[in-house]
Design a protein around this ligand. Structure first.
Ligand SMILES: Nc1ncnc2c1ncn2[C@@H]1O[C@H](COP(=O)(O)OP(=O)(O)O)[C@@H](O)[C@H]1O
Ligand SMILES: C[C@@](O)(CCOP(=O)(O)O)CC(=O)O
Ligand SMILES: [Mg+2]
Length: 384
């Protein structure tokens, strides 16, 4: 039997970085998914991992994994546990033995997260594991969270911790407590990749829809607005872990100034959630609200610039969209990656096409995605 789990990426509408320090963010799932498939093996003794998006394959014998992790006792755990620094060193040994290409070394933490979640949830069982994603990796759309959520979901579906009806056909969802467990394990994986994640990305990927998130607590947001965003990938590579660490360092150098900035970002997030929850009585009301959201995005972007996470490529997208009187902000960790441009309901398809073309001339790639769909889902295939 093969188990497949898919988890969505996300956009942060307001509050990235601030949320790491306990201030509110508003985020939404998008209909681009990371998919993990796991088939347990009885024909040999290896764990094979195929990372299709980054073109890397790994194969460890279960015996070798046991040997390297043996000093820890069995890492197997029925409750989500954090990976210690000592264990990360052991996992790095397993990855180094497979001669990880130097040019892709920034991606190694994803493999550590895989090994940690795999051995913790399933123990030492041979399997073939494949991952592929519709999300750009490392571009601010939460690929790391979608990776950890879909992996945790597939592993838990094969474990004794959750009891699912494996005869179900097509995609099915987890119940509330199972989804909580998926989310907690995914957060442990995110910690390995991000260093200090807030938990917003794994929560929105697990539960879907639009959420408000503050100090580890998620609240559902009932959005009543038809939100449309153009997502522009600047294709400038960046690393969430480094950007989050830089913001923390700036906060310790300038605690008072940073506290004011982060409070201002929280006020923007709060206003965002109030506006999208309100019911538009007519078109005039809707376009007034869209204008307000655009202004909030501009303010949020200005504050993100002030904490050091913008980038020339992001500023380029802002200026280009401004020519079309459209408001934009970076989404995710910044430093490159993706930018959101609000597409108000009145805007014509021609204007959007022109903007996309102009952004394309800088080598950027723009697209739209469905906002606010379902969270993690699972399916079982008995044919293999
Ligand atoms: N499909 C994938 N295949 C392999 N690794 C992935 C995949 N998706 C995410 N990752 C891991 O997540 C990291 C990117 O996470 P991050 O820097 O937080 O950016 P983002 O979450 O915005 O895409 C990669 O370096 C890699 O370790
Ligand atoms: C910067 C931050 O707020 C969001 C990071 O998102 P992403 O990994 O860039 O998709 C970090 C976090 O909340 O954990
Ligand atoms: Mg991430």
């Amino acid at each position: 039997m093969e188990v497949t789990a898919r988890a969505p990426g996300k956009i942060i509408l307001a509050g990235e970085h601030a949320v790491v320090h306990g201030y509110t963010a508003v985020a939404s799932s998008i209909d681009l998914y990371t998919v993990f498939s796991i088939r347990l093996r009885s024909d040999d003794d290896t764990v094979k991992l195929k990372l299709n998006d980054i073109g890397l394959d790994f194969s460890w014998s279960v015996r070798r994994i046991k040997e390297v992790l043996s000093h820890l006792g069995s890492p197997f755990s029925s409750t989500p546990t954090s990976c210690s620094l000592e264990t990360i060193k052991s996992l790095a040994t397993l990855v180094d033995e497979q001669s990880f290409p130097e040019t892709k070394i920034g991606l190694a933490s994803g493999v550590y997260a895989f090994l940690w979640l795999y051995t913790s949830i399933l123990g030492f069982k041979p399997a073939t594991v494949t991952v592929s994603s519709e999300l750009p990796v490392g571009a601010g759309l939460g690929s790391s969270a979608a990776y950890c959520v879909s992996l945790s979901a597939a592993l838990l579906a094969l474990s004794d911790s959750v009891k699912l009806d494996v005869s179900q056909k097509g995609w099915s969802t987890f119940n509330e407590s199972e989804a909580e467990l998926v989310n907690k394990w995914a957060f442990e994986g995110e910690k390995i990749i991000h260093g200090k994640p807030s938990g917003v990305d794994n929560s929105v990927s697990t539960f879907g829809n639009v959420i408000k998130f503050k100090s580890g607590v998620m609240t559902g947001v009932n959005s009543n607005m038809p939100l449309r965003m153009l997502i522009t990938n600047t294709k400038v590579g960046r690393d969430t872990k480094a950007l989050v660490a830089n913001v923390s360092a700036r906060k310790s150098r300038h605690p008072d100034a940073m506290c004011s900035v982060l409070n201002a970002i929280e006020a923007i997030s709060d206003e965002w959630s109030t506006i999208i929850q309100s019911h538009a009585v007519d078109d005039l009301y809707l376009s007034a609200n869209e204008e307000k959201l655009g202004e909030l995005m501009e303010m949020n972007q200005g504050l993100l610039l002030s904490i050091g996470v913008s980038h020339a490529s992001i500023e380029n997208v802002l200026q280009t969209s401004m020519k079309y009187k459209l408001a934009s902000k970076l989404t995710g960790a910044g430093g490159g990656g993706c930018v959101l441009t609000l597409l108000p309901t009145h805007i014509s398809g021609e204007v959007i096409d022109k903007l996309v073309e102009e952004l394309g001339s800088f080598g950027f790639q723009s697209f739209t995605a469905g906002i606010g769909g379902k969270g993690v889902q699972i399916s079982f295939d008995h044919s293999s």
